[in-house]
Design a protein around this ligand. Structure first.
Ligand code: ADP
Ligand code: GN1
Ligand code: MG
Length: 357
């Protein structure tokens, strides 16, 4: 698979491809959106990504955004103000950063070797390390002008609009799937109070340059020292509120089960991991974060668990066009998983809110 693309890409990147050392290509990671492959040759390995243009209709803007952030972080690192490695784009021999192969958009990224990503957080220490790294990333972007960033997915974290879309897709029911997801849809439509809570809060918070996808597998850990190596997947870096980045960590770090798990009895919020996220994330931000922002984190946790569930459910009803799936009903299973997590979060409200104080 992808042999033809590998040959074309290796020419674009000027990689050696001969009988002595053939270029090989293999999938890496578990992202839901792009196709991510590792291109190996006699030269340095290159991560090549086919960008999902259903999700990102303007891939050139996405690459521009990511390169602006790359430049900002590189300057910070040169001034010893950023310790992590930086995900860097690789230019083609013609100095381009996007390659069109039969209508598909591809880009190259430097491979960060000696690293691994996780789909489930293994322990408290790992949660603290990852949250601290996302905090360092947020702190490093504090003086970055987020208005430079193109809105690659408008209203990406707009809960009210996400619920409206669910309503529309459910009313249409074009795949005749509503009957298998009625209970979940009704549940989502009953959560208006959270929508109002979020909208009220927004007016009190500063707009920040956010990562917007701080899930655990968007962090690379060092294979030897197991410390954080790099924050990756800058595709959705746009202006937003830190509560979303905090919330997405809660959503993806706290459960001992993968997002894909159907073992719902074990989809719970691990309180010690929640505490580790608070400590890890807030420490690098302590001189920047406002009191209102810190108080908003509880809403962020609720919003992200519910909202990604709403998005999985919408995609299930819409015919699975957005998130890549491996089996029938996969997106419905993911939605159920996220709602189970949301329910457990609500159940533990008093204890978890106390950890934020
Ligand atoms: P998606 O947008 O589909 O989530 P990602 O950019 O997050 O794609 O990449 C998917 C996975 O590929 C990551 O979780 C990580 O495991 C691996 N990966 C991506 N970029 C790199 C890189 N530069 N070096 C090493 N591994 C990478
Ligand atoms: C997608 O690209 P990836 O797999 O890191 C999605 C996120 C969701 C996540 C759910 C551009 O993230 O918003 O939270 O799946 N990215 C996009 O796992 O929609
Ligand atoms: Mg990713």
């Amino acid at each position: 698979m992808y042999t033809e693309q590998a040959n074309i890409l290796s020419e674009h990147f000027g990689l050696n491809n001969n009988l002595d050392c053939q270029v090989t290509i293999k999938p890496i990671g578990n992202g839901h959106i792009n196709t991510t492959l590792l291109l190996q040759s006699a030269n340095a390995p290159v991560v090549v990504q086919k960008l999902n243009t259903y999700v990102f209709p303007q891939p050139n803007e996405l690459v521009n955004n990511a390169r602006l952030i790359e430049k900002h972080l590189t300057n910070k690192k040169q001034d010893n103000n950023y310790d992590l490695e930086i995900i860097k784009h690789v230019a083609t021999v013609n100095q381009d950063y996007l390659i069109d192969i039969k209508g598909d958009s591809w880009r190259g990224l430097e491979f960060i070797g000696g690293s691994y990503s996780e789909d489930v957080v293994a322990n408290v220490q790992q949660a603290k390390i990852a949250a601290n790294a996302f905090g360092q990333f947020a702190a490093a972007l504090e003086d970055f002008d987020a208005t430079q960033l193109f809105s690659v997915i408008p209203d990406f974290h707009h809960l009210a609009k996400r619920v409206d879309t669910l309503k529309e897709v459910a009313n249409l029911d074009k795949c005749d799937r509503l009957k298998s997801a009625k209970e979940e849809v009704d549940f989502c439509l009953s959560q208006n109070a959270l929508i109002d809570e979020l909208e009220t809060l927004k007016s009190q918070l500063p707009l920040r340059a956010c990562h917007n996808d701080t899930k655990i597998n968007n962090m690379l850990f060092c294979s030897k020292a197991h410390n954080a190596k790099a924050v990756i997947d800058l595709d959705t870096c746009m202006s937003g509120y830190w509560l979303f980045d905090f919330g997405d960590m809660v959503r993806t770090f706290c459960s001992p089960e993968e997002e894909d798990s159907t073992n719902l009895d074990n989809v719970i919020i691990r309180e010690d991991i929640f505490a580790a996220i608070v400590e890890g994330y807030v420490t690098p931000l302590q001189n920047l974060i406002t009191q209102a922002e810190k108080q908003s984190f509880w809403v962020g946790a609720k919003v992200m668990c519910l909202m990604i569930g709403v998005r999985f459910l919408t995609d299930y009803l819409d015919g699975d066009n957005y998130f890549s799936i491996k089996r029938a009903g996969h997106n419905l299973d993911r939605a159920k998983n996220q709602f189970a997590l949301y329910q457990d979060l609500l159940k533990k409200e008093d204890k978890l809110k106390a950890l934020l104080d």
